[in-house]
Design a protein around this ligand. Sequence first.
Ligand code: PNS
Length: 165
Amino acid sequence: MASEPRKPVVAIYPGSFDPVTNGHLDLIERGARIFDQLIVAIARNLEKDALFPVKERLEMLEAVTFELKNVQVAVFDGLLMNYAREQDARVILRGIRAVSDYEYELQMAMMNRKIEPQIETVFMLPGAAYSYLSSRLVKELARFGGSVKGLVPEIVEERLRAKVG
Ligand code: PNS
């Protein structure tokens, strides 16, 4: 008996991406190698405390993922699991840098599983060079005149300079 053709696995990598860092990009590249389609999804809910408006975060993410053909960038409102169902996604991709990330990620993954048991959260580790990197620290560094070279893509470096430099 012929087996059914495998359905492409759609994964969502959600986050604030305020702004995208080289650590995020590293995870996106790793995810794109494993999943058939990867949707990098910016949460609009968290806009009020953000440095960059959603439109600018979207532009930066689109620019830095342009060459990854199975990656698309999108914005979602409300609950992640509702959005994941709409996209027919089977996986939520999240990065874990250090043990300190684990507790928050565990809570979120378990809550998401309660909302939608059919969707699995998959954790991946970014490259060791990015294990200390976060958007929050990048913004702080830029605000106080530190160099963010090598921590964020060039387009982000320019936009950060324009915004806080
Ligand atoms: O980059 P972040 O801030 O760690 O991303 C957090 C994010 C956007 C993934 C999370 O806050 C989220 O999924 N927000 C949407 C609302 C939701 O579904 N929350 C989780 C279940 S209560």
